[in-house]
Design a protein around this ligand. Structure first.
Ligand SMILES: [Zn+2]
Length: 525
């Protein structure tokens, strides 16, 4: 038989334990038909076979899978001004002025990524700085941490904020100490005053933005995503992209419980699920986020003894909900960050698995941030998959001061990846983009080199498993993706260097050379 595509002279990391290495691959249609030596693969070359010869240590890994991406938000952010790396307020003003000239009057100008510590002026930007660029467009610019923004007078006026406006609890509206007027800076919950008046993008805008996001994602070497959708409109966007042939990657949809009825109707349409789009899991939230002190802890937050965070359900309520979804044969993805939330989720799962057959259910806890040995043993016993976003580990410790927030003893058990791997628990990897950058190699580097509690560093091989075999398992399709094996889908990521022999602090600089999905080149540098 003749292959459609062969790749020769490769360093192939298959992630298949029975054949960990190979030097060449043959692909026919959307499948890998042979993995082996150059000599073996040469036999597959015919008149119409396309041949790609790699060089200089270029390495092939299984198509990478990101198990946590908010693609609509990512797409929306891509249309915003990117202010990362801007060196002064003056430079920022020039960027806004340029955008203002291209933007119809009255339309919003949105941006993100500024950081006052990089500004030569060494101060926060304010309402006057922004007013100098435009009084006719409402402008809002988000800080790189996402927990602060600055606006101009037009935005302030549309939000109806005056010097008398009270900030909502958990937020601050900054005022000039002399005049009492707002400085334009809004922090934390006060940012909602602005966010809620920014018009939602229209259907076409969402379609174009998500399509652009998908292109960026395949450029990062990702061949499948677990797309966290927030609305039915977003599901329809995915279906439209598929119908219009604008989905370069595979999508496993994770959807909120409030669109269950629409999803049920969709699921009943036989022709819907294919190797391109799957109805994945329904996500329910047991608690909130550590960064906002809404993750539910057993003991109070160490930096605010008045709060233990918040559970979104009682034990009884979550038992009923999970049983209902289990019986309806929905796959469950349960967001739980705090030890109290993880505990009640595990209690629920233990009860369900005693009372109902497991059938083909695989339970998955999203984040599972604050653990302890008892919880880890329970996760292991119940065979629960844990979905972690390694770049957030670094952000929790740096941007959100996890050690102060949790105290040393609990912080030790924040994302204990090494312990989870040693216990044989399946951990999958994701980005949580756009909160974090979309780059599996940045995630691998974060997991391998973490400086906070370095005893929980994992090996490159383990980190790679998070984005390949373990992620495939978390999407219930390890029989067709996640490793390079004969018969599996030809989803491949070709990179500039072998991550296992790259110095750990250079892993995130590994370049993606090609991304192949189902035997088709969807990105080539
Ligand atoms: Zn997320």
């Amino acid at each position: 038989m003749e292959a459609d595509l062969v790749l020769l002279d490769c360093n192939v990391l298959t992630m298949n334990p029975s054949q960990p290495h190979a030097e060449a691959l043959a692909i026919k249609g959307d499948r890998i038909v042979k993995v082996g030596t150059k000599e073996e693969i040469s036999k597959w070359i015919g008149k119409s076979t396309k041949i790609i010869e790699l060089k200089n240590g270029e390495t092939i890994v299984p198509g990478l899978i990101d198990t946590h991406v908010h693609i609509a938000d990512f797409g929306r952010f891509l249309t915003w001004l990117d202010l990362k790396g801007v060196k002064s307020i003056e430079e920022m003003q020039k960027i806004i002025e340029k955008r203002a000239q291209e933007t119809p009057l009255g339309k919003w100008i949105l941006g993100q990524g500024w950081d006052q510590t990089s500004f030569t002026e060494k101060r926060y930007p304010n309402i006057q700085d922004l007013d100098e660029t435009s009084l006719d467009h409402p402008i809002v610019l988000y800080h790189q941490s996402g927990c602060m923004c600055v606006v101009n007078s037009k935005a302030l006026e549309l939000a109806g904020v005056t010097k008398e406006t009270d900030a909502p609890s958990g937020g601050t509206i900054e005022h000039d100490p002399e005049t009492g007027e707002p400085t334009g800076v809004f922090r934390e919950n006060a940012m909602n005053l602005i966010w809620k008046i920014i018009p939602e993008p229209g259907e076409e805008e969402v379609l174009d933005a998500t399509s652009l996001a998908c292109e960026k994602i395949v450029e990062a070497g990702v061949t499948s995503v677990h797309w966290i959708v927030s609305s039915w409109i977003e599901v329809q966007t995915i279906l439209r992209l598929r119908a219009e042939n604008r989905l370069p990657l595979r999508v496993y949809i994770i959807f909120p419980a409030d669109i269950l009825d629409q999803i049920t109707a969709l699921r009943s349409r036989e022709d819907f699920e294919d190797y391109r789009v799957w109805i994945g899991g329904v996500e329910i939230f047991a608690d909130g986020f550590l960064a906002a002190r809404t993750a539910s802890l057993k003991e109070p937050y160490s930096d605010n003894l008045d709060t233990k965070g918040k559970l979104r359900y009682t034990q009884e309520e979550i038992n009923v909900l999970v049983a209902k979804l289990h019986k309806a044969n929905f796959r469950l993805v349960i967001h739980a960050m705090g030890d109290q939330a993880i505990d009640i989720v595990l209690c629920t799962l233990e009860k369900i698995l005693k009372e109902l057959p497991r059938e083909n259910h695989r339970y998955r806890i999203e984040h599972a941030a604050v653990l302890n040995n008892e919880l880890i043993q329970c996760i292991k016993k119940l065979d629960v998959t844990v979905a972690v976003q390694p770049c957030t580990i670094i952000s929790e410790f740096t941007d959100w001061s996890a050690t102060d927030r949790l105290g040393l003893k609990r912080a030790r058990w924040l994302y204990p990846l090494k312990t989870l791997f040693d216990e044989g628990i399946r951990v999958s990897g994701g980005s949580d983009c756009p909160m974090e950058q979309l780059s599996p190699f940045a995630g691998i580097q974060a997991a391998v080199t973490r400086q906070f509690f370095p005893e929980e560093q994992i090996t490159v091989d383990e980190a790679l498993r998070m984005y390949t075999v373990n992620a495939a398992y978390a999407s219930f399709n390890e029989d067709i993706t996640g490793s390079i094996e004969e018969g599996k889908l030809a989803d491949l990521t070709v990179v500039s260097r072998d991550p296992r022999i790259t110095p750990p602090n250079e892993i995130e600089d590994i370049k993606v050379k090609m991304t192949i999905v189902g035997g088709k080149m969807v990105y080539q540098k």
